[in-house]
Write a protein that binds this ligand. Structure first.
Ligand SMILES: [Ca+2]
Ligand SMILES: [Ca+2]
Ligand SMILES: [Ca+2]
Ligand SMILES: [Ca+2]
Length: 514
């Protein structure tokens, strides 16, 4: 699902430029972005104090979330957001941590295999959008700009369970400015699902962001920005993220703004809305990995209304496995459980080789798993909402590996398995168990999904696979996939079990064997 990024009607006010005269002062929006030292004082554009009040200059160096990375300044400084290119200004980052991706490149890989500035799609020259008459398959781009990426109608196929990053277009906007890639999974019948969790190109707004992803920010706009809209922030999953209206209100607004918040989470999340959506400062819980797209509707001091959408990217270290399900009967919610069994040994399920809610989820202070992994320091452990977790990591001064930090007793929120630092060669098998289904035993078959994230990258997603609860605590087991960790970074290979047409779903009796 993609957010409906619709612009409310808004008023364009003439830029109030005061006492400047063309060529004599550097305090107009145009003069502060023309690359010329207009007033001859030796300082150019944002380097000139006369330009400081403009939002595209005022952002420089701010660090609103105190993570050491200047959030909206368009430079990577090696902090937590270093891999998120927020400006796409066409100039190299001053202190780059990874090479920047170019339009059409595979996002985040920092590579441009043929050095043409364009790894995946048509070469993009200034002013081009990359739209063409033909959809190309396997590039994660909407080449024919019909709103669908690598679509079945164009003859594109894929291997069930694989996941690719995708961008719903236009192609030349990929990884440029405010555009953010999403994900799409290959469905049971071998075609790509819709590209979700992305921010596509929008109409340009005066907000300090390159909304139409053409490499220019706020171009051809005459109004002074009153808001400043970021592109993306990175976080660990299972964390709270603070949202501040102040961060979206430009110094040039001349006062405080008023915000209303909404959120569109990844599949498998229970964070369907911002809890306190009218508050100027509030927070949201990132309960799984992936992109949470936050949209703020902002009322500025001039009573103009704007919209700003940005991505909160929850990226786990090591290995994360998610289970979620679409409960067809919310009044009697079904309760599935995630089990991750180390392999070897090939012992039955529900043993100490199987990490699940009962021995790996912190219930009653019991943690009965010893797979030889070090604890993760407390500072890097998840924030835990009491309604979904039994853990208290403080007495332990850390969190164990592996662990099930979040449980769920009903959809749409899912369950999570975390192993922060797996070793090369480690193997695991993933099962979903339909524990019980309220009072309606076995009457409501329920579709389940499993997602596997390795080294911060979503690598596989399986489902929907229909499971049935046959009696209390004794429903189906779905053996979804085997995982082998390939290197110390946590990259992995995933093999589905069963076939797309006949997934490996067996009754509760099958818990006696792996
Ligand atoms: Ca394509
Ligand atoms: Ca298309
Ligand atoms: Ca632009
Ligand atoms: Ca803009």
């Amino acid at each position: 699902m993609r957010p409906a990024i619709l612009l409310l009607p808004f008023l364009l006010a003439a830029a109030g430029c005061g006492d400047d005269e063309p060529g004599s002062a550097e305090n107009t929006a145009a003069a502060c972005r023309d690359g010329v030292d207009n007033d001859g004082d030796g300082a150019t554009d944002c380097g000139d104090a006369d330009c400081a009040e403009f939002v595209f200059c005022a952002d420089a160096g701010s660090d609103a979330d105190a993570d050491g990375d200047a959030d909206l300044d368009g430079t990577d400084d090696g902090g937590a957001e270093a891999d998120v290119e927020t400006d796409a200004d066409g100039t190299p980052d001053e202190t780059p941590d990874v090479p920047e991706d170019r339009p059409g490149d595979v996002p985040g890989d920092g590579a441009d295999s043929d050095a043409d500035g364009d790894e995946g799609g048509a070469a993009c020259l200034p002013g081009e959008d990359g739209c063409g008459p033909t959809e190309l398959c396997d590039d994660g781009l909407d080449n024919d700009c019909d709103g669908e990426v690598d679509e079945a109608e164009a003859g594109c196929t894929c291997t069930y369970g694989t996941v690719q990053s995708c961008f719903p277009g236009p192609p030349c906007g990929r990884n440029v400015g405010g555009c953010v890639d999403g994900w799409q999974a290959c469905r049971t019948y071998g075609t790509w699902a819709a590209c979700t969790e992305a921010i596509p190109a929008e109409d340009e707004l005066p907000d300090g962001k390159d909304n139409d992803c053409d490499g220019e920010t706020d171009e051809r706009l005459t109004t002074t920005p009153t808001i400043r809209c970021p592109t993306a922030f990175e976080s660990l999953p299972a964390r709270w993220r603070t949202l501040r209206c102040d961060d979206l209100c430009a110094p040039t607004a001349g006062g405080a703004c008023d915000c209303t918040w909404s959120i569109l989470p990844p599949a498998g999340s229970g964070t369907l809305e911002v809890p306190d959506r009218l508050a100027e400062t509030t927070r949201v819980y990132l309960d799984t990995s992936g992109n949470f797209i936050v949209t703020a509707t902002i009322l500025d001091p001039r009573l103009d209304t704007w919209r700003c959408s940005f991505a909160l990217r929850a990226v786990p270290p090591g290995l994360e496995v998610d289970l979620w399900w679409d409960d067809p009967d919310p009044w009697r919610p079904g309760n599935m459980d995630l089990h991750v069994h180390r392999v070897p040994p090939r012992t039955p399920w529900f043993t100490p080789d199987d990490c699940h809610w009962g021995n790996c989820g912190g219930r009653d202070g019991t943690y009965l798993i010893d797979w030889g992994y070090a604890d993760t320091p407390l500072a890097d452990c998840p924030d835990l909402p009491p309604e979904r977790s039994w853990w208290d990591f403080v007495p332990r001064r850390g969190c164990p590996n592996p662990r099930v930090p979040l449980e769920s007793f009903a959809g749409p929120a899912g369950e999570l398995f975390s192993l922060d630092a797996p070793n090369a060669g480690d193997g695991f098998r993933v099962v979903s168990h339909f524990y019980e289904d309220g009072e309606s035993w076995g009457e409501l078959p329920t579709p389940a999904y499993v997602r596997i994230v390795c080294a911060g990258r979503r690598v596989a997603q399986f489902g929907p696979v229909t499971l049935t609860s046959r009696d209390y605590g004794t429903g189906d087991l779905w053996r979804a996939a085997d995982i082998v960790v390939l290197d110390a970074a946590g990259n992995c290979a995933v093999t589905p079990l069963g076939t797309p047409e006949a997934p490996d779903v067996q009754g509760d009796f099958s818990r006696d064997y792996l």
